[in-house]
Design a protein around this ligand. Sequence first.
Ligand code: HEM
Length: 147
Amino acid sequence: MTVLYTILLTLHNLNRWLVLLTGLWTLLRSVPGLTTGRAFKPADRRPVVAFAGTVHLQLVLGLLLFALLGMQNIPVFAGAPRPSFQWEHLGLGVLAAVFATLATALSKRATTHHARFRSMALWTALSLLTALVGIPWWRPLLRFFNL
Ligand code: HEM
């Protein structure tokens, strides 16, 4: 395997935790806002912007990995429980990115405080769920370049 593959795979592995943490942060910030009815402050956008950023970075790293493996005729997710897993992973990853985009875009455009919290919570929850289902949990939980 090439050095580039190891670098991209390690970044993709570690960034997965940033995706999950920023997603959780977004939910912890938006769900209480829905129930308490408090005003939406500019700082409330920080977690959802960070979440969308990490998910988009994950998409770019994933596409680069797919291209790199494809160019070298190396099977993607060799040893997966089913051959279709590579396409499920790609599809769910893209869907997670679409939902994360909707979480930032729609919460920005919403006209009431409640609607802002609601679109942030709803689309982030869907994005997180999609990402969680698509993660190959049998692969290493952490990876540090040399492994
Ligand atoms: C939120 C979205 C995503 C998450 C959380 C995620 C997570 C992961 C994780 C945890 C791994 C295993 C890393 C390791 O073995 O150390 C992985 C591998 C991989 N992912 Fe993703 N991924 C996402 C989206 C994508 C997308 C959109 C693509 C492609 C367009 C992609 C392509 C790949 C590829 C090619 C591999 C390596 C497969 C191999 O080594 O055989 N991922 N992903």
